[in-house]
Design a protein around this ligand. Structure first.
Ligand SMILES: [Zn+2]
Length: 176
């Protein structure tokens, strides 16, 4: 076998391994980087965001958040994403999480709820995001990101258990 052929075979084996183990590679290598970035994003949001008003605090309590006074609303031009990290950007694009025409209206990082300025955060929509805060308060940001990522691959966005739970709040608070 020529050296070139050998190199090609090795490359194919490598690609095969990456495809076969992509989920564990993502979990082991890429996910921790996202989790670190998300923790920093939560910390930054807690610093710059605004606390819930009295009516919003009531909803947070009703939903079951133990420390609703910690929640911050962070209004931004665009919900942040770690674009500076090429691997995360690649995974984000491959999963349709970011990319042309994709708009992320709101995302929860622990006690920080990042909301796009032009997005009307109605009561049912706030309630939905508060359920995500509750999910993270119940477990941890790391645990929720890890579970949610595995769920997205398994069930897709609409049917992922954490989203289904949050969409229940859209119904409950639909008329408020
Ligand atoms: Zn959601």
């Amino acid at each position: 076998m020529s050296k070139l052929k050998l190199a090609l075979v090795l490359l194919l084996v490598l690609i095969g391994a990456v495809i076969a183990f992509h989920q564990s590679i993502i979990s082991a290598v890429i996910l921790p980087q996202y989790i670190n970035w998300a923790s920093d994003t939560e910390a930054a949001g807690v610093q710059q965001g605004e606390p819930l008003n009295a009516a919003q605090l009531e909803i947070a309590k009703e939903i079951g958040i133990k420390q609703p006074e910690k929640v911050r609303l962070v209004y931004v031009d665009a919900v942040p994403f770690p674009y500076h990290n090429p691997m995360l950007k690649l995974v984000g694009e491959a999963t349709g999480f970011i990319g042309e025409g994709v708009i992320n209206n709101a995302q929860v990082f622990g006690y920080s709820i990042y909301v796009r300025k032009d997005y009307p955060l109605t009561t049912p929509k706030l309630a939905h995001e508060l359920v995500h805060v509750l999910q993270i308060e119940r477990a941890s940001l790391k645990q929720v990101i890890t579970q949610h990522f595995a769920d997205l691959l398994k069930y897709g966005y609409d049917n992922s258990p954490l989203e289904r739970e949050a969409f229940e709040a859209n119904k409950t608070y639909g008329n408020r």
